[in-house]
Design a protein around this ligand. Structure first.
Ligand SMILES: [Zn+2]
Ligand SMILES: [Zn+2]
Length: 732
């Protein structure tokens, strides 16, 4: 018996988990855990919601909630979604818990006392318009390493570089789009440079790590480790436990990785086992599952923190970090609205079907793509057509002709060779799971059911039974052995359906409590079968496609034609206008950063598009009650208002168009301002982009999602831009 500790990257509680993350870091550890339990190992698997840091406060501000409310809301949603998917933890907790706070502060304090943490001044961004510091995600801009636009201030998802607060190029305040100033502030730094040699030694024997994980880690070490700031000027988070600095908060990644240890301790405190057996016994192996953006935190920073804190604690044995799973060619992004959320997809599809497809495209060595048409095809041809079909043919034929598991008579060569194949394939499934090659393991399982189908066809017991019932019984007995082997070896991958299958075979308890070796055992004759039902259903996505959420999104946007009746300069800001807009039955005040682009007189009397159901926001002391839609061409530095010729107060309509109708080359990626409010998922995020099309006159405005688009229209036709751009973004 071995002890296996599995740490799973902590999902930010700022939105629902998306399907890319499922393939990247939630499904692999669950398969791994289930397998290790079945081979008799003692497994501790921990994770929880990451509830601190700017991802939470930014979302909370957008949703009109407190950070605590946002953190609790998404913790609840994500815990439920993971359970529904069958991902089971020893403990899935959250960083707001007391044990976590205590352990985090203790580690911080200990590292400080041992001189692994020191204070220094640091330059940070400060927004003069918003009058506040702008940590991490309050700043957007361009990546200094790879040039990617619209990245967050703390890390580039594209190339993985971690940024110090003022590294980002072309920085802008996420709250007001203004340009932040640099201010000095005193902060705490983790002395990573002091761990350089020990970390080099640590990775010396890690040649079994995935190439990209090892290379990434080595390249960091090669560059020489830099000390990293680990405190922030913000209110939300765990306080720095050093006298005089209590109003500073511990940076979120520093506390999140501690979650693995604190959750293990909490698990002990709940009386469920002894954490130290997993953390202090040098024979216990620690595995950390995560996506590539998290690699340095787990191969460099967390090991350094552990080394500095307590030498007795186990370091990561393997960090099988995955690459990214993208959506139809685009990187998933909660903040940009490119997402298939786990709760949503679970509403429409069976959890094991989702697990199946996601496993087949797990990004183990390179980026992969989630494609809806491939999802449909793989479920229908492989899971239903191959595995499900084999199991159901065997069970239903045996059930209706024998009602129980029939006796095997004498075996011929064909029978013996298929029995060998069971052993060989089940063994291969196990070995692949053990070496974190989950995709390959599943392929082996499918090969077994394919072999089963072939065996059944070759033997044709439906013919045989008319002449020789005994020989047919032998074939079915052996076929049922294959079914049982699939059930056991498939249990880590397809936990719900394999457990159903277990009950059809009339075994007691759960397949997850059975031993892996059960797959190699003969099947007991005489056991009564239960009436089987097909394990899986075919998927028909044509309904789904019709049921696009785009029009729903549009319905949630209250877009109205407004007339500009007054434009004044904002008394406290250089770039802002205070604009009065008539909406027919009401007038509103909007604050918009249009001064660099429009003369006051140019705007007066114009009929524009107003997003009217946005949470009001106060911009430098003046309350803005909506948003004017405009498009921006960053390269040429032109901003163009959307112009309507409809009647004032009119609600805009939308017409859905699909990719075939729109030349999508016209879309460019921009770091678009998010348009979201309470609980609503609005795809307008990287969207509301003007679309040029031969099919539509002039310039339409599209809400883009996947390969669909809604063209906005007023009663007179399409909405136009008053300056010619082609692409753009909405601005407040
Ligand atoms: Zn600002
Ligand atoms: Zn980059």
């Amino acid at each position: 018996m071995k002890r296996i500790m599995i740490g799973v990257a902590w999902p930010y509680a700022n939105g629902p988990i998306h399907i890319g993350q499922v393939g990247g870091c939630y499904l692999p550890p669950d398969i791994f855990r289930r397998y290790h339990k079945m081979i008799g190992n003692d497994v501790l698997m921990v994770s929880g919601s990451d509830q601190y840091g700017t991802p939470i406060t930014v979302t909370a501000e957008k949703e009109g909630l407190t950070p605590k409310e946002t953190a609790e809301k998404y913790h609840k949603i994500n815990s439920k979604a993971l359970i529904d998917l069958g991902v089971e933890f020893s403990l899935f907790t959250y960083t707001m818990n007391e044990t976590h706070k205590r352990v985090t502060q203790d580690i911080f304090k200990t590292l400080y006392e041992k001189d692994h943490i020191y204070t220094d001044t640091m330059e940070t961004f400060f927004c003069p318009d918003c009058e506040r510091f702008l940590p991490d995600r309050y700043v957007i801009g361009n990546c200094p390493e790879c040039g990617q636009k619209g990245i967050d201030g703390d890390q580039c998802d594209e190339c993985g570089v971690l940024l110090d607060p003022t590294d980002i190029l072309n920085p802008r305040c996420k709250l007001c789009s203004g340009t932040p100033k640099v201010k000095e502030s005193e902060h705490f730094f983790l002395k990573l440079s002091g761990f350089q040699e020990r970390l080099e030694e640590y990775i010396e024997d890690k040649d079994y790590w995935k190439n990209h994980v090892l290379n990434f880690t080595k390249s960091w070490l090669k560059k020489g480790l830099e000390d990293r700031p680990i405190s922030r000027d913000m209110e939300w988070g765990i306080s720095v436990p050093i006298e005089g600095y209590e109003n500073k908060k511990i940076y979120v990644w520093f506390d999140a990785v501690i979650g693995y240890l604190s959750t293990s301790i909490k698990w002990s405190e709940e009386g469920r086992g002894d954490w130290s057996k997993f953390w202090k016994d040098p024979d216990a192996e620690h595995y950390y599952f995560l996506a590539k953006d998290n690699i340095p935190f787990h191969t460099i920073i967390w090991p350094a923190m552990l080394m500095g804190y307590d030498e007795e604690l186990n370091l990561p044995y393997d960090v099988p970090g995955n690459q990214y799973m993208c959506l139809e060619g685009e990187q998933f992004s909660t903040s940009r609205g490119i997402i298939v959320s786990l709760p949503d997809i679970l509403e429409d599809f069976d959890s094991d079907s989702i697990r199946y497809y996601v496993t087949t495209i797990m990004p183990e060595v390179k980026d992969t793509n989630f494609r809806w048409d491939e999802f449909e095809e793989k479920i229908n041809t492989e899971l239903v057509g191959n595995l499900g079909n084999f199991v159901h043919r065997v069970l239903s034929f045996t059930y209706s002709n024998y009602g129980k598991i029939p006796d095997a008579g004498e075996l011929d060569e064909r029978d013996k060779s298929i029995l060998n194949e069971i052993d060989e394939k089940v063994d291969a499934v196990g070995k692949n799971i053990q070496s974190r090659k989950f995709k390959k393991g599943l392929e082996k399982l499918l090969q077994l059911s394919r072999a089963g189908n072939k065996y059944l066809n070759d033997k044709a017991p439906w013919d045989m039974i008319k002449k020789d019932k005994k020989a047919a019984a032998t074939t079915l007995n052996i076929s049922l052995r294959i079914v049982k082997a699939i059930c056991v070896a498939g249990a880590p991958y397809l936990p719900h359906s394999m457990n159903r299958l277990w009950t059809y075979l009339n075994y007691e308890g759960s397949v997850h409590e059975s031993s892996w070796d059960e797959a190699f055992e003969p099947i007991e004759p005489g056991l009564k079968l239960k009436k089987p039902k097909p394990l899986y259903e075919k998927i028909d996505l044509s309904n789904m496609r019709a049921k696009t959420q785009l029009m729903d999104s549009l319905d949630k946007l209250d877009l109205r034609v407004g007339e500009i009746t007054k434009v004044e300069e904002h008394p406290n800001a250089d770039k802002l206008y205070v604009i009065r807009v008539g909406l027919g039955d009401e007038e509103r005040t909007l604050v918009a950063g249009l001064k660099p682009y429009y003369d006051k007189n140019e705007m007066y009397g114009k009929k524009v598009v107003v997003l009217a159901n946005l949470e009001p926001a106060t911009l430098r002391g003046i309350r803005s009650e909506g948003m004017l839609l405009a498009a921006e061409d960053e390269e040429q530095n032109i901003v163009s208002l959307l112009e309507s010729s409809g009647y004032i107060g009119e609600n805009l309509k939308g017409t859905e168009a699909s990719a075939e109708n729109i030349p999508f080359d016209h879309f460019k990626k921009y770091d678009l301002k998010t348009i979201e409010w309470r609980d609503e998922k609005i795809w307008a995020d990287r969207t509301l982009e003007p679309v040029e099309s031969d099919r539509f006159e002039g310039v339409g405005v599209g809400i883009l999602k996947e390969n669909k688009c809604v063209i906005l229209e007023d009663s007179e036709g399409v909405i136009r831009l008053d300056k010619d751009l082609g692409v753009g973004r909405p601005i407040r």
